[in-house]
Ligand binder design. Structure first.
Ligand code: BDR
Ligand code: CA
Length: 315
């Protein structure tokens, strides 16, 4: 079985850590590199967490590059209240002996895409600052990208604000650049992100596993149970990786999408035009037309996602 070449762009992050474990352990995926971006926690912690999680996953050979430290325009804020001060829910992993490569994440990605004999897939799980910068400096990379999978946006309610999802709200201008770039994109929105969950008993069973990856996954999920005071914990970003593993388990729809940049209450909101195409063509009369067609994950088979997550992290 040939495996798919992917790059992960992360802001590790409890659920980015779950995504790293899943991607690194899945034989169907060949993780060619991981780029770090500031998001859930500042970039130094993102880098530290990423290196340490890859070590547990037996993937310390995977190159890790440090990327953008701040959003393109706005000041930095983060999500330490969800991910803990260290970004891993307080879990203290043994420090990996690996270090980041001596190239900026954007340079690294551009070089790798350019040198690759086949098209690559990028899975972006944090604010889109690295990816937007890549597209602005190296617009030609687009032809070397088979698919860009993004965790971001919300059709219904947001999480960071009433209307905006965290990754998009953290850097709306970057998201705007990316959604206006003509690259095949699959958007794993907040609405489906929250649906793949494990209860306390299942989490305890994972923690008790003699497999290091499964046990770490359990500990990460337990940190969510504790912090969020909920009965079940979601795998979050790891679901975006699972879309590559079981595409038959998702239902998608293609639609135009825009990012609200100036709304006083809605900055960072992703605006999805779900109207019939004929209707949306009338829009320019009264409002700027929404650009950029994006494939959006509208529904998923929860049980397939849960099984794939547990089965693959022990591989
Ligand atoms: C996104 O924000 C972060 O907290 C998670 O890692 C995920 O990428 C969800 O809004
Ligand atoms: Ca993330």
């Amino acid at each position: 079985m040939s495996s798919r070449n992917i790059f992960l762009d992360v802001d590790t992050g409890v659920d980015d850590a779950l995504a790293l474990l899943l991607a690194a352990r899945s034989p169907q995926l060949n993780v060619k590199g991981v780029t770090c971006v500031a998001g859930n926690v500042p970039i130094e912690k993102v880098v530290r967490n990423t290196l340490d999680v890859l070590e547990v996953a037996g993937a310390s050979h995977v190159p890790v590059a440090r990327g953008m430290e701040f959003p393109l325009v706005e000041k930095m804020f983060n999500a330490a209240e969800i991910h803990g001060e260290n970004g891993l829910g307080g879990i203290d992993l043994p420090a990996s002996g690996s270090t980041v490569i001596d190239r900026h994440a954007v340079e690294f990605l551009a070089g790798e895409i350019d040198n690759s004999s086949e098209k690559v897939t990028i899975v972006a799980l944090g604010p889109l600052t690295n990816i937007a910068t890549l597209f602005r400096i190296y617009p030609n990379v687009v032809s070397g990208i088979e698919q860009l999978v993004i965790m971001g946006g919300a059709i219904g309610s947001g999480n960071t604000t009433a209307t905006a999802e965290f990754n998009i709200r953290q850097d709306p201008e970057a998201a705007d650049v990316v959604f206006n770039t003509d690259v095949p994109t699959l958007l794993y929105v907040w609405d489906v992100f929250t649906r793949v969950r494990f209860d306390k008993q299942e989490v305890d069973e994972m923690i008790g596993s003699d497999n290091d990856c499964k046990s770490l996954a359990g500990k990460l999920l337990l940190s969510y149970l504790t912090t969020k005071k909920e009965d079940t914990a979601g795998i979050g970003d790891a679901g975006a990786v699972a879309c590559l593993l079981i595409p038959e388990a998702i239902t998608t729809d293609v639609m135009p999408i825009s990012v609200e940049l100036i709304g006083e209450y809605t900055r960072g909101q992703t605006v999805f035009d779900q109207r019939k195409r004929k209707l949306s063509r009338l829009q320019p009369k009264i409002q700027k037309s929404i650009s950029g067609m994006t494939e959006v994950v509208m529904d998923l088979d929860v049980e397939s996602f849960r099984n794939t997550f547990v089965d693959n992290i022990v591989k």
